[in-house]
Design a protein around this ligand. Structure first.
Ligand code: COA
Length: 189
C-alpha cells in the first residue's frame, strides 16, 4: 500500500467522484490504516497478458500492471473510531448487549472498496471482496456505505448479492451529515 499509495488514492477519488486534492487529505489515514493489526489489502491490476482466474505466474511483473481497483480492511478493535461510532448507533437502536457483543467482538472491517469507473461492471469489485475476506478468521465482516435511494447503485447491489444484511440504517457518523448504512454478514463468505 505504501508503494502504490498515490495510484490507490487516484482510483478512490475517481470511483467516489471526489474533487481532486481529496487524495492528499486521505494519504496519512490510509497509511495509518495499513499499519493496524490484521490489515489486509488487495488490488486489481491490468497486465499485458491474460492469466485467467489463477494467480499470475511468478515471472509476471506485477509492478508494471496498472491499478484498476483496490480494497482493504482490518480487524475491528475498541480503539477504532468506527467501532465506537457503530457501538453508539447499536445502543441508540436498543439492541441487547449480548447481540452487540456477538456482532462486534470479532469482526473484519471492510474499510475501502473502489474500482475505477472505466473498469466497473466486469466483476472486479466482487472479486476484490472475495479475495479480501478469503481466509479471514473473524466471525463477521462489517462495512458502512452511504444510503442511496432504492439501494440503486453497484455497491449496494454487490453487497446484497454477497449476502450482506442490515445492521443499522440511516446512521449519521459524527462530523458527516450524510446518512450511512452499516451492513454485515458472517464469515466465511
Ligand atoms: C462498488 C464497486 C467497487 C463495485 O465494483 P464493480 O466491479 O463495478 O462491481 P461488481 O464486481 O459487482 O460487478 C458487477 C457487474 O459486473 C458484472 N459481472 C459480474 N461478474 C462478471 C464477470 N465474471 N465478467 C464480466 N462481468 C461480470 C455483473 O453482471 C455486474 O454488471 P451490472 O452492474 O451492469 O449488472 C464499484 O462500482 C465502485 O468503485 N463504485 C464507486 C465507489 C463505491 O461506491 N465504493 C463503495 C463505497 S462503500
Amino acid at each position: 500500500m505504501a508503494g502504490r499509495l498515490r495510484e490507490a488514492l487516484g482510483v478512490y477519488v475517481q470511483a467516489m467522484r471526489y474533487p481532486r486534492g481529496t487524495e492528499n487529505q486521505r494519504a496519512a489515514l490510509w497509511l495509518e490504516h495499513s499499519r493496524r493489526p490484521g490489515w489486509k489489502g488487495v488490488a486489481a491490476l491490468e497486465l499485458d497478458r491474460a492469466f485467467g482466474p489463477e494467480a499470475p505466474p511468478a515471472d509476471a511483473d506485477l509492478r508494471r500492471g496498472r491499478l484498476l481497483g483496490v480494497a482493504y480492511g482490518y480487524r475491528g478493535a475498541p480503539d477504532h473510531w468506527w467501532q465506537q461510532q457503530v457501538l453508539a448507533g447499536l445502543r441508540q437502536a436498543g439492541l441487547p448487549e449480548a447481540q452487540i457483543a456477538a456482532l462486534m467482538t470479532n469482526y473484519f472491517e471492510l474499510t475501502e472498496l473502489h474500482v475505477e469507473p472505466g473498469a466497473q461492471g466486469r466483476g472486479l469489485g466482487e472479486a476484490l471482496v472475495r479475495r479480501l475476506v478469503q481466509g479471514r478468521t473473524e466471525a463477521n465482516v462489517l462495512l458502512s456505505t452511504p444510503e442511496i435511494d432504492g439501494e440503486d447503485n453497484r455497491a449496494w447491489r454487490l453487497y446484497r448479492r454477497l449476502g450482506f444484511g442490515d445492521v443499522i440504517r440511516g446512521y449519521r457518523f459524527a462530523g458527516d451529515p450524510r446518512p450511512f448504512a452499516i451492513l454485515g454478514r458472517s464469515l466465511p463468505l
